[in-house]
Design a binder for this molecule. Sequence first.
Ligand code: HEM
Length: 341
Amino acid sequence: MLRAAVVGGFLAVDLGALLYANNWIGPARLTPQAFLDGFEEVFGRQLGFRRNHAKGVVVEGYFDSNGNGRELSRAAVFRPGRTSVVGRFSLSGGYPAVKDSPTIARGLGLAFGFPGGQQWRTAMMNLAVFLDNSPEGFYDRLLASKVVGATGEPDPAAMPRFLAKHPETARAMAINEAHPPTPGFADSAYRSLIAFYFVDESGARTPVRWSLVPLQRALPPSMDPHNGLFIPLVRQMRAGPLRWRLMLTVGAPSDPVDDATLPWPNNRRVIDAGLLTLNSVETDRPGNASDINFDPLVLPEGVEPSEDPLLSARSAVYGASHRRRTGEPKLLPIIDVNEVS
Ligand code: HEM
């Protein structure tokens, strides 16, 4: 009952996201529908699955705020106390059955809060910086990665052509290469990458990027040929809760708030806002957090969007992906946690 109520509450908020999606106006060719068609052109039409981050598992837990975040934001989630959380670990890309690989970016979507209260949704990745600073860049990079012909590989000229036009992506790739991924989901740090404004009781606005910093090592990757990263995650979560600290990095006025490819200097002040505990794992299937759209613009009072152009594009495309996938029959889940011994 509780779970049905929780998911129902999240769906109610998604209606707001849909309205936002319908209002999004981007360059003519880049409507949310055109974006989704681009994902389907690259990954095929994967009925019932997210058009990006298709492979995942659902998790639940709670966030214990220590009250330190109140210095920057009046959001209720930063008052001392506990807030429930539902989430989803994922691999980027639109193939639901993709073979796990450490080189594929890992994602964590989280939704804080109960229905009737304010919600905060965030979709984070284990990268140091994001690869694009515009929706058009994301779309063109997506198409440049498309497998062509019988080779099973992308057109070898496509990515160099894209990078020549998008030096910001080439620079971001070099930064990420200097920060190689950890062995698993459990020991990854997950970052907002995009800046947001935190607003305090007096109305003062501070640019913030947040990160979840892991408190455990990961079990080593399993020998399973397809699910070498998800299987150890499921086993580790069954053996006990996993924990991350929520760290708020405080931006200076000179730090970019509209370009997620640019790192902030690493001497910025960081505030430890509390402890995230994830203590249950489930198969990604209709009826649980699988139904949630982790729209980055579902924000509580006290957290506001920055000028980053990715935010409104993401909100619109996530809403369109959510509408498309929830109107389709879903095939069998790729990772059935009950089959992990
Ligand atoms: C223009 C840029 C982007 C586009 C077009 C895009 C597109 C998408 C789409 C279509 C989905 C599936 C949504 C759904 O069906 O619920 C998705 C999921 C996701 N995205 Fe993005 N994305 C963008 C940028 C980002 C950034 C900057 C991050 C991280 C900082 C991110 C992290 C994620 C994560 C973690 C998920 C999976 C969340 C879940 O489990 O539902 N994305 N993205």
